[in-house]
Write a protein that binds this ligand. Structure first.
Ligand SMILES: [Zn+2]
Length: 413
């Protein structure tokens, strides 16, 4: 249950126990001190100590429940996360949209804003626009800086093994640079950066429909494909941190040109681009981010309701969905996951999703097929919020000391 705590950057016992306490209170709202102590395996005194500190800091609050115990003359004092105790920002930069979400530490959305990048091909310019809009969101909600606990930034790209520098962002077309350092210096805040598909996968197994799945594959199908593989509760990174990069696996030798510069990637036969190519709406693959956005508009029109009945569109989507399933099948057989999850604007289309599932079921796999067309899968923008919460709030990385503490006497009065 606390697996990712093992890889935490800080390993102080107090930070670890505080993180466990906070996470249990968030997961089991109303839990009491005795239950916390028994689940964590520490003394009641130690729990009381941690809980009281969190109450004084307004991170946790007490709830009085009217259960059986009241009848026996003893009130059961439960605990819950204080929704006004702190905030995180979730920022998402994918080829088709850039958004900012402000949420409280319970993960409830307070405000959101779309950024419309005027030069998305220019990362410096786009990050400045993001920063400006984020400042507006923080100001208009009067978020005190000592209560902003972190920023989760999910990106349509992969970081190098240092988990800082952007290494591969063929959809955005951004060059390699230290994205994490750039964001941290702009915001003066802790920022966790992660590939968007990994964020969704991690958020799903922690907070979503797939909660507690240990082994699963997530595929997000838009104009291009993205993927993430979770094995034994951890996201597969691989030796160069490119694990799960599904869109660029080879599908057709000497096939169509892909945005990454290679030919015949799975993107060219099994994603939205394959559909518009098949229908004659695009002759060459997206080689720049602006072309990507133009082609994405074409795709959106094709998937629009007035064309839904168009047999050609349905047949192109069906073929692409089935092709995706055939190419993912060997990975499923090797990995033996509990679930495979398909989402994204193309992934949620019923013709595409149906063909994907039918093709997989044909092989009699012992694996749940979870479709975004039927089940709500966590969105990229919410996944960024959950990234911040997982990594910077419900984690030993939580910077408790950043809270400016009012004098105790002032609080008691
Ligand atoms: Zn490619």
């Amino acid at each position: 249950m606390f697996e990712y705590f093992e890889i935490a950057r800080t390993d102080g016992v107090r930070q670890v126990n505080r993180a466990r306490v906070m996470r249990l209170i968030q997961d089991k709202s109303g839990i009491d001190r005795t239950e916390l102590a028994s689940l964590i395996g520490v003394s009641n005194a130690a729990i009381t100590n941690i809980v009281n500190e969190l109450i004084v800091a307004d991170i946790v609050q007490e709830t009085i429940s009217s259960g059986d115990s009241v009848a026996r003359g003893r009130k059961r004092v439960g605990l819950q996360i204080d929704r006004s105790g702190g905030f995180v920002l979730g920022i998402t930069a994918i080829a088709t949209s850039v958004s900012i979400v402000l949420a409280n530490i319970r993960g409830e959305v307070i405000d959101e804003i779309d950024v419309d990048p005027t030069q998305i091909e220019n990362p410096e310019h786009t990050l400045k626009q993001i920063h400006k809009k984020a400042s507006i969101v923080l100001q208009r909600n009067a978020v005190p800086m000592d209560r902003l606990f972190g920023i989760g930034f999910s990106v349509a790209g992969y970081l190098a093994s240092d988990e800082q520098s952007l290494e591969f962002a063929s959809y955005l077309g951004w060059p390699n640079f230290n994205l994490k350092a750039k964001l941290q210096s702009m915001f003066g805040q802790n920022v966790t950066v992660e590939n968007v598909n990994r964020c969704i996968a991690l958020a799903e197994i922690r907070f979503g429909t797939l909660a507690d799945a240990k082994d699963m594959i997530l595929i997000r199908s838009a104009l291009g494909l993205g993927g993430a593989v979770v094995s034994e509760g951890r996201v597969l990174r691989g030796s160069h941190n490119l694990g799960g990069n599904l869109g660029h696996v080879l599908a057709v030798v000497d096939g169509e040109l892909c945005s990454c510069g290679k030919r015949g990637c799975l993107n060219t036969v099994a994603a939205g681009w394959a559909v518009i190519h098949k229908l004659g709406a695009a002759r060459s693959s997206y080689d720049t981010i602006n072309k990507y956005r133009t082609q994405n508009e074409q795709l959106r029109e094709l998937l629009g309701s007035e064309k839904m009945g168009d047999k050609k569109v349905i047949s192109a989507l069906t073929e692409a969905g089935a092709t995706l399933a055939k190419h993912v099948l060997p990975t499923i057989q090797i990995m033996n996951p509990e679930a495979i999850c398909l989402t994204g604007p193309v992934g949620r289309h019923s013709a595409y999703a149906g063909a994907f599932r039918d093709t997989l079921l044909h092989f009699d796999l012992n694996c749940r097929v979870v479709l975004g067309s039927e089940t709500n899968i966590i969105t990229p923008s919410m996944a960024s919020v959950y990234l911040a919460l997982s990594d910077m709030v419900y984690s030993p990385n939580f910077n408790f000391n950043q809270i400016v503490q009012a004098p105790i006497e002032a609080r008691v009065s």
